[in-house]
Design a protein around this ligand. Sequence first.
Ligand code: GAL
Length: 951
Amino acid sequence: MLNRRDFLKSAGALATTSVFGQSAAYAATVQSRSASTPGRAVVSLNKGWRFHEGDIPMPTVRGHGSTYANAKAGMAGGAAAPDFDDSEWGSVTLPHDFASFQLPEESANVSQGYRKRGIGWYRSLIRLDEADHGKHIELQLDGISTLATVWFNGSQVGHVWSGYNSVYIDLTPFATYGEALNSLVIRADAVAMQGWWYEGAGIYRNTWLVKREQVHIVTDGVFAHPVFADGRWSIPLEVTLYNIRKRAQQVQVESVLIDAAGKTVARFSAPAEVGVLARQVVNGSMRVDSPNLWSLEERNLYSVRTRVLQDGKLLDEVTTRCGFRTQRFDPERGFFLNDQHVKLQGVCIHQDHAGVGVAVPYGVLDYRLRRLKELGVNAIRCAHNAQDKRFYELCDELGFLVMDENRMFNPAPEHMEELIWLVRCHRNHPSIILWSVFNEEPSQGTEQGYEMVRRMTAAVRALDTSRPTTAAMNFGQFEPVNAAQAVDVAGFNYQYPSYEAFHQKFPNVPMTSSEDVCGYQTRGAYLTVPEKHIFASYDDDAASWGTTHRVGWKAIAEKPYVAGAFVWTGFDYHGEPSPYEWPSNSSFFGIMDLCGFEKNAFWLHQAQWRKEPVLQLAPHWNWAGREGQPIMVMALHNMDEVEVFLNGRSYGRQKGDIYEMNRWQVPYAPGKLSAVGYRGGKVAKRFEIETTGEPVALKLTPDRGFMLGDGLDAQPFKVEALDAKGRHVPLAQHQIVFKADGGDIIGLGNGDPNDITSEKGDTRALFNGLAQVIVQTREGTAGTLKLSASAPGLKTGVLHVDVRKAQPWAYQATSQPVQSIGGWRSSPVDPAPIDPNLRAGGTDMNSWGWITPGTKAKPAEQTGYVLYAAEGWLFSRVRKHGGRLEFVEVTGPCQVFIDGRKIGEKTTDAPGPLQMAFPPGLDKFRVSVLCPVKAGQAHGLSGVVRLWSIS
Ligand code: GAL
């Protein structure tokens, strides 16, 4: 184990093509998922779900027979039962945030954006091919809000304790193949809360089935993060194998490092023995000479391709990306990447976006991160939880430094698993520089807090010694025993006056702001109107515990020992509309609004964080009625000097203050407000804005020029009103109606925290001149998506977007609702024909057997008759309209009865299918099948039995 100092100095490093550029980034997005390699198939489970909003209480179990059955594997009741009637439920495709469809309601929780949450049930019927038989089948759930219970084929197979982590569940022992369908049921509990912000509700991230050979690499089972030590680069490798075969297996593990040009630059190979149902970790190392480093400017990524072979046969293959870079936090000088000082210009973000809630399509995620790049952000804090897996890939590709954060502060075993998952899942990403174990915990200044953190940092260090741990503390660092003593980098939320005091007292402890600012701004507003819940966008308003953007950055920028800033927040988010409540339902903290449109904090930070000349003036110049009155003009800039003019008349050349920025009072007159910025005495940048006329037309602007016709790609479109000269009209508030031909509108927004209208549908008002519509393509389409935006009195805005043919993800086959008839009992053999109404006695657990239709028919031991019987409630559609009863295969002759009445018969000995009409009008049924059997001859229900509705 490295000591604390060495540890902080130690290198990090990690993989592949660097894609910075709108469309390229999105294309990579799609390809990087649902990728199958020899030996493993990754298929999306996002389609084929049926959904019920609201809870369905479990039925009360009564009677000894039912109580006995209820305690058995595969016998879950109520909506968790495989044969539960969901035929009238609606269909949904994941990701799905059911809270995002809710209108804000005053009776709902302010912190959750006044959206009603609750319980949601999801059910799916999965058809696994015979070819999958013998594979290892794993279910991966990437994010469910907030807690969840998972059943597979009637057995409870998982609990999800975190609304932000992936859960991997081995379904292999429960799975059936061929005609027998598999029932997957998820109850999402979004009454539960793990945050104080909008958390959405339901299965809001992707779901997958991963089908692997029986000997394979476990999920997140390759750790390949390059390290620089003793003047050399190497990749310490850790490959975790698993074997579900019935004997120990000898295999060969081979890893190769591949550069961006596809050239193999290092190799590793080692034999391994993997025990039965055991995990085996294979350790190794690859030396690498002079790799191209990963940096914020050059995102050089490499691929580590790891294979498991047996007698030359490829069993499994995993490709992991990595990047070579060193990192260190210096107590005096802050953060260094590749030995170059980098001041962290960071933002905290939550994961939701306008219109789509937390079910953010990758195209929108990509847009959000590119917006942050444009702003000049180089670091992102995942507040206060893991983000979607794609987020970290994009951070590697676009060049961000990430403070990854654990959600629940709790070292008890089940919650410790969440932290362990976080590190195992993300530790190959070169972008990650810090593991944060908590945010603002009341116990942070106590021995209990310290002891909890001590255990959690130990768990992190057991998995990754190349990045330090931190904890985001808002008090307590000066207590005799406190959480900061158990982490590597002290994290400060706000507490500006304490930066210096802490550094004086603990000069050897590296520190960073983990959260700062908390300024309030409303996009496009220049007057603070408390009764209307509006904040002027001049950076004069901030929360009592925070400060303005200008003061916050100065306090950090001028202290070299503070590694950097993490401004609260990059974007507005639903919920936490502090300091207001109803009708405000999203935050005012963002540098950008909920749609990613710039507030003035955007230009302010861009000026402070980017090197190239920035010069922007606030406010807009449409102040009819205020003629002659002074208007405060603010320049957001990084100039030595700035001069402001109105209609050619100068209002003064000021020495630029890049922290405070510069202000002028300019008496209003319509016309042109302009500014000239100087660097070194020379004009470096100009800016101008004009008073506009009345709006006459609408304009739509896409984020990207093309989209993929894969049914997944989505992008935000900006809509704005223009005057007759084509100028943006800043105060337009028109109600817009959108229409998409060749695509689907999946969300709407306008960045107004006080808007309580729906974010779904096809209409939204402009807010201070802007609104956003998010459109998704349809699977299997190519050609043109036509989007229009119209409002009375304005020329309709029309946009044509090129939709390109694209390979959709591979999806798991699922079935329409069908009632599987299960729970079959078989009578003892009787020499005489058995009454089809005969039942096992209520307390007789033993004389009747249980059978599972679909298992191979066996020869009978005696000659006589056997009665098979199953009973239950009918699906409502069959009840109403009747149906078709299908025996996929019966071996031998038989007669079929419903409630003692014969409805069908098979007379042949050979195995074959049997189908018959099922009458309408029944609620409950008892199907019995009477089979004459002969000693030594096979007979029985050798195929599954199911009931299809006919409507
Ligand atoms: C911080 C907290 C954030 C957010 C912010 C604004 O204390 O860490 O999650 O609540 O305040 O109120």
